[in-house]
Every structure is written in C-alpha cells, then in structure tokens.
Write a protein that binds this ligand. Structure first.
Ligand code: 2AM
Length: 185
C-alpha cells in the first residue's frame, strides 16, 4: 500500500513573534486541564489544508506551494479569537494583512495546488490566524474574553509544505519543502 501523509501549507513567522505569541498564551490561559497550548516552535499560519495524500505526490505538491512564494508579506498581530466563537475547539490569534500580500499569496498557493495537483480550493473565506491552544478531546470550555497580545508588525519568513504527524503530546510538523519570502534589506 502507498504511504499517505497529512499535508498542509503554512506561512512561517519570525522566531521572536512565535515566542511572543507563546508567552502571551501562557499568560492569558496558564496551565489548564482542558486546553493544550501549542509550543512556540510549532506555531504557524495555515495557508491551505491539503489533507492525506500519497507520499509520492509530496514532491509535486511542495513545488506548487513553493513556486507561489514571492515578494514581501508584511503582517500584524491582531485580536485573540476563540473558534468557533460559541463552542471553541481552538484559541487563535488573528493575523492582519495590511497590504493584502497575504491574501494574494493564499490565492497563488491555492491556484498552484489546483493547477498542478488537482486540489479543490476550500470554499470558506480565508481568515488568517495562528492557533495557540487546542481544546482537549471531550472538554467543553467557556470562551472568556482575553486581553489582546501586544501589537507587533513583522514580515512573514517563508512558505512551507508541512507533514503533520499525530502524537500523544500534540501534532509534530516536518517541513518537506520551503521557500523564503523577501524581507526588507
Ligand atoms: P489551524 O490550526 O491554523 O486552524 C495542520 O493540521 C493545520 O491544518 C492545523 O494547524 C489546522 O489549522 C489545519 N487543519 C487541520 N485540519 C483541518 C481541516 N480538516 N480543515 C482545514 N484545516 C485544517
């Protein structure tokens, strides 16, 4: 049988932004039995969830994802957001796209995946966010309002095709292909 891999494309954030988001989540929700915080090194902004594909397709998918990486993508940290708002399964922080470069990148990634890999684009609107905590299986939590993380502006670092492996302590992500994004000189 062909090996399958659970794949997704994501934007990588600067290390300092990831550690700031992890520190904010630690302060905002602390240690709880019903929520599992995502470690700083696993924080990412999902561009396209691809799902289970034959491992042999990963090379072509990686090319489609990385060929879409182009230009500078300035971003801003936004507000905390429980998703879904009434019955949360994740705590996220919205990412603002002041120039529209992120939305354009998302459109290019979806178009490349459709053209080269036959992937059907998601119909729901792209709402950029970073998931900072996940509700543990079977838990129900009350979506309390949280103070916003400190404002921050930064440039996206890269576009990456990840393989996700489920493990008892949370998903492990392996980068299969990566293309850097331009940064100001
Ligand atoms: P999110 O955490 O940014 O919301 C890897 O699993 C990533 O793909 C996750 O970080 C999640 O995005 C996204 N993802 C997982 N399962 C998904 C699904 N069924 N549909 C859409 N996105 C999914």
């Amino acid at each position: 049988m062909t090996d399958a891999a659970r794949l997704f494309a994501a934007v990588d954030l600067p290390d300092a932004v990831r550690s700031d988001l992890a520190a904010w989540a630690r302060a905002a929700i602390g240690h709880r039995d019903d929520l599992r915080r995502v470690p700083a090194d696993a924080l990412h902004l999902t561009l396209a969830f691809i799902g289970d594909r034959a491992l042999e397709e990963a090379g072509e998918i990686g090319e489609a994802v990385t060929e879409a990486a182009e230009g500078e993508v300035p971003l801003r940290i936004g507000a905390p957001l429980w998703l879904s708002p009434r019955h949360p399964h994740v705590l996220t922080v919205a990412i603002e796209d002041p120039t529209g470069a992120l939305t354009a990148l998302h459109t290019r990634v979806e178009a490349a995946l459709a053209a080269r890999c036959g992937l059907v684009p998601e119909r729901r609107t792209f709402r950029p966010h970073v998931t900072v905590a996940r509700v543990r299986r079977g838990a129900r939590i009350r979506p309390v309002p949280l103070e916003a993380p400190p404002p921050s502006r930064f440039n996206a670092v890269a576009v990456t095709l990840y393989r996700s492996r489920l493990s008892p302590g949370g998903s492990q992500y392996e980068a299969l292909a990566r293309a850097p994004l331009a940064r100001p000189g």
